[in-house]
Ligand binder design. Sequence first.
Ligand code: AMP
Length: 283
Amino acid sequence: MSHLRIGLPSKGRLADQAAELLGLAGLNFRRQNRGLFARVGGLPVDITFLRTDDIPLLCAEGAIDMGITGGDLIEEAGVELVTRLPLDVGRCRLSVCVPEEAAIATPADLDGRRVATSFPRITERYFSQHQARVHLVPLSGSVEIMIALGVADAIVDLVQTGSTLAANRLRVLTDIDSYETVLIQNSRARMPEVADLIVRRLEGVVIARGWSLLEYNIPKAKLEDAERIAPGFNSPTVNALEDEAWCAVQVMVERKNVIGVMDELEQLGATAILETKITNCRL
Ligand code: AMP
């Protein structure tokens, strides 16, 4: 086998996100007629389209060398895999949820009750660690309606915004864990140079999505304070200006913090503060 095989979700929200990330990282492929295979242009890489929840096991078994899937599904599969890169998408919590009005205060209160979930393995382990024996109702979907259908007293399900819970008059009792979409590899580590190249390329895209480049001018006397406000990814670049009392700074700032950092730098006396969104980087 002279090609590295990467497993991608064949459908669902993750399918589009994964294909977009790979495209931004220069791994271009065309999937024809919902086919199961595609070849990447210019690299010895094949894409295999699979069910998202089969990707952990198929990667562990060596059917694919790498894959993109949810951290929740890896944990539920209970297989040994190397997480090469968190992809900063698909963030969600796995939570124990009960009816809004239910007089249930702790997981132990669910002792002897029925819990519906598509994560039976994680759920079983969680409740046994919390001194509760529950009757599992394992399902592959639509878990959120199982209390209304009368087959469960609580559910364990993924929560992102909480709107599914609200629509079903449920509340989070407690979070079991939080997860995101990740790039995985198995321990055989075939074609390590190609695998590492893919990791580096994807890392550049993921970092670029989460960070902006901020440029500003600041009196040298205030540089130290400014660097405390925006310490950067590694360390800021500082350049001289014609006015010797001033300098120009370039620094990476987490995108979610950019507005606040700009406010603080301006209050400190910085001028010409510019944000540039980057699409790719190597740091
Ligand atoms: P929300 O209504 O935004 O809280 O989303 C919850 C619904 O979306 C549930 O049906 C979840 O199973 C599903 N969901 C949320 N996040 C994810 C994810 N990262 N991967 C797969 N399904 C998810």
